[in-house]
Design a protein around this ligand. Sequence first.
Ligand code: ADP
Ligand code: ZN
Length: 309
Amino acid sequence: MASESVLAGVELGGTKAITVLARGREIIDRKKIDTTTPEETLGLLRQHLDVWKSREGFAALGIASFGPISLDPGSRDNGRILATPKPGWSGALVTETLTAGLDCPWRVDTDVNAAALAEWRWGVGREMTSVVYITLGTGVGGGFVFDGEPLHGALHPEVGHLRLRRAPGDRFEGTCPFHGDCIEGLISGPALQARFGSVAAEVPDDDQTWAFVQHDLVELIEAIALMVSPQVVLIGGGVGMRRPFLLAGAREQLVERLGNYLPHISSDTVSGFVSNPRFGEDAGPMGAIALAQAALDDSRSQSSRSNRA
Ligand code: ADP
Ligand code: ZN
């Protein structure tokens, strides 16, 4: 049965990287390392994969990576990190290092597209044809899955860098090195730290500044709802998962600001439209496994096509 294949996944994050081994969607082993230089990090991840490959064996590999990353199947650049402020990582050949000589199908995508894929396949987005996953964590990003496929264009969506309408009275200049007050510059974990002047995780829920953060989050959700009209927007990441009041307030404001313009988003339906993802803190590892499952499905349908030909 397809769901019982052994699958491997890599979540490559900006601060940590995780390799996981799963049977179907059940994780059976995981290893976590710090993200340091590309040579050291990718070398260690590859070692973990090689050990599992020779010991347990796995049928496919999924790689869920931080971005921006080139996604161009068939090209040597597929899975190469693009210009990034993260020292040493611009141009890193993530996929080539992790897959060279590995005898199995694989897929690479952004961590957020992967998380959206896992939610579509096994989580809150089951039975849906359009799922958006937003991370509010070290960065802000959005993953889009339509008809079971992650959305790519020339690159991949980068909604975290949209510049949206500012909250009235908010004078915070933002922390994005590229854009200042884009949405990531306003509400990522490090932006919150700069706004509040203290560790984001320790700021009390009743601090007035959260109203600005909530405003900005609603701008992002509204932009996405108007632009691609998903059936659900899932808010994950460290900030998204650990501050439930942000989501509750965001729902109310979203309905108000849309002004009944989108009839499927009303006070009766909004709690289904904006919610937390099922996999929460495991979004990355489950995303990587969902990519592995997609790689396996692709290779099976290709081989059944060539058998028929
Ligand atoms: P990553 O984005 O690196 O995968 P997370 O999604 O866990 O990691 O997000 C980490 C960010 O979330 C950090 O910037 C941290 O300060 C912030 N964070 C973690 N817990 C909280 C909290 N309870 N309230 C606000 N911010 C938090
Ligand atoms: Zn930006």
